[in-house]
Design a binder for this molecule. Structure first.
Ligand code: PAF
Length: 281
């Protein structure tokens, strides 16, 4: 696996692959890689000849109260894991490359409306940071396809909207959620859970599964969300939100919608867990 830190070498390598008519897939990450990330790399291999992964802990997507300094950094382990899944190139840019003027004075990308809902409500500015860094990385890497995990369902829809709205020539590939045996969706945040919290955390997905069954015979979304909130909170978590949404616009679901996604987030100790389940009625 080639490791590159600067734009010129990245562009040179991409140009060489393009001259050979090779298709390029891209997987942006913030490191601390788990099996969910490796599934993205494996999916990327199925869609392209060469796979580029980036590791960049993006300051612009962290809120003032969020501790970026304590974000887990496991670079050596990440490199080994990426080598094991045959990553062709690992791009590790510095902050100066991504935000030459500093991230507060940099041009930004904001996808309106959808960025202010759900996680965006609890984390103002978060999705502006995500859209901006992904746009910048797309411009640097210029991939044919890019893979994103479905666990971050709202992020996925925001990136798809940005790509559509700005006619970016990249195909977004959603990749299925990878779960632990308990059902807990894999996430770097699971590292913050104590062993006791690990026992409690699966209630989030169990409740989503329960909701996806209930909604087949009951379309009172408000009532269902209230019951679900009670279940989650009784298990020791604190629900941030749980909502029935249109699967693509993420607008609150109406009773006419057939393709739904149920989005949920809950605090389990220090960790803010997110999860979702899609439902076709
Ligand atoms: O999902 C993530 O890890 C990040 O939000 C992303 C897409 C790499 C942007 O920093």
């Amino acid at each position: 696996m080639k490791i590159i830190n600067d734009i010129q070498s990245l562009r040179q390598q991409v140009k060489e692959w393009r001259l050979q008519d090779l298709k390029i897939a891209f997987v942006p990450t913030m490191g601390n890689l788990h099996d969910g990330h490796l599934a993205l790399v494996k999916a990327a291999h199925r869609h392209a000849d060469k796979v580029i992964v980036s590791i960049f802990i993006n300051p612009m997507q962290f809120g003032l109260s969020e501790d970026i300094d304590n974000y887990p950094k496991t670079l050596e382990q990440d490199k080994n894991r990426l080598t094991d899944v045959n990553t062709d190139l690992l791009f590790i840019p510095t902050s100066d490359i991504i935000y030459p003027k500093g991230y507060t004075d940099n041009t930004f990308v904001e996808v309106p409306n959808i960025s202010d809902l759900y996680c965006g409500k609890s984390r103002p500015g978060h999705f502006r940071g995500v859209a901006t860094v992904v746009c910048k990385l797309f411009n640097l890497v210029q991939p044919d396809v890019a893979c994103f995990g479905s666990k971050d369902y709202q992020q996925l829809q925001i990136i798809q909207t940005m790509v559509d709205d700005l006619s970016m020539p990249v195909e977004i590939i959603p990749v299925e959620i990878i779960r632990e045996e308990s059902g807990l969706a894999m996430s770097s945040r699971n590292g913050y859970l104590t062993s006791e919290q690990r026992d409690d955390a699966p209630i989030l997905y169990q409740t989503l599964q329960w909701l996806s069954e209930q909604v087949k015979t009951n379309n009172d979304y408000l009532q269902l969300c209230q019951l679900a909130t009670d279940k989650i909170n009784q298990a020791g978590l604190t629900t941030d939100y749980i909502d029935f949404c249109h699967a693509y616009t993420l607008a609150p679901a109406t009773t006419d919608d057939k393709e739904l996604v149920i989005l949920a987030s809950a605090f389990c100790g220090k960790a803010r867990l997110i999860d979702n389940i899609q439902v076709n009625l």
